[in-house]
Design a protein around this ligand. Structure first.
Ligand SMILES: CC(C)(COP(=O)(O)OP(=O)(O)OC[C@H]1O[C@@H](n2cnc3c(N)ncnc32)[C@H](O)[C@@H]1OP(=O)(O)O)[C@@H](O)C(=O)NCCC(=O)NCCS
Length: 151
C-alpha cells in the first residue's frame, strides 16, 4: 500500500527535530542539534522534513552556492525506508533549487553507499568526480551532479 508522505519546509526553529532525524538515519555520524542549528543559520541553507502519518520520518538540507546548489545531507528513519520518502525529499530539493535559478545540484556520497547511489542515479544524477579519503573513516566520496535548467 502506498504511504502518504507530506513534505514541509524546515528552518532554524526545527534544529532539534532535524538533529533527531539525522541521528535516526546516520547513528552516531548524525548532526547534533548545535551542528544543525549552525547549518540552518548559514546563509543560503534550507531544509525539508518528511512526515508520514503525522510523524517526522526524514529530512534533507541543501544550500545555494552562487548559482549552483548542494545537497548537504538527507536521511530517512530505518523503519520508513523504501517507501519513497527520500525520493519525495529529493524532488522538493530539486524543485526549490530550480526555483532559486540554480543550474546544477551537487552532492557527495560514500562510494560504498549503494542504496543512496541507486537513488541518485535513478534520478538522473551522474558521477563527475571522486574525492579521496573524503570521510573521517577514510572512505572516498563520489561527487554527483544533476543539471537543473537548460543553459
Ligand atoms: C539512502 C536513503 C536516504 C534512502 O531513503 P529511502 O526513503 O529508503 O529511499 P526511497 O524509498 O525514496 O528510494 C527511492 C529509490 O532509491 C533506490 N534505493 C533507495 N534505497 C535503496 C537501497 N537500500 N538499495 C537499493 N536501492 C535503493 C531505489 O531505486 C528506490 O526505489 P524502489 O524502492 O522503488 O526500488 C536511506 O537509506 C538513508 O537514510 N540511509 C542512511 C543515510 C544516508 O546514507 N543518506 C545519504 C547520504 S549521501
Amino acid at each position: 500500500m502506498a504511504v502518504e508522505i507530506s513534505i514541509e519546509i524546515a528552518g532554524p526553529a526545527h534544529a532539534a527535530v532535524l538533529a533527531r532525524l539525522s541521528g535516526e538515519a546516520f547513528g552516531p555520524g548524525g548532526w547534533s542539534e548545535s551542528q544543525m542549528q549552525a547549518g540552518l543559520d548559514a546563509p543560503g541553507t534550507a531544509g525539508f522534513i518528511a512526515t508520514s502519518r503525522g510523524s517526522p520520518v526524514g529530512f534533507a538540507l541543501w544550500r545555494t552556492v552562487i548559482d549552483d546548489a548542494e545537497l548537504l545531507t538527507i536521511g530517512v528513519n530505518p523503519a520508513h525506508r523504501r517507501q519513497g520518502v527520500a525520493a519525495a525529499l529529493l524532488e522538493s530539493v530539486l524543485a526549490a533549487a530550480a526555483a532559486a535559478q540554480c543550474r546544477r545540484l551537487f552532492l557527495e556520497v560514500a562510494v560504498d553507499n549503494a542504496g543512496a547511489i541507486a537513488l541518485y542515479r535513478d534520478r538522473a544524477f551522474r558521477e563527475i568526480d571522486r574525492r579521496r579519503r573524503y570521510y573521517r573513516d577514510g572512505r572516498d566520496a563520489l561527487v554527483m551532479a544533476r543539471q537543473l535548467m537548460q543553459q
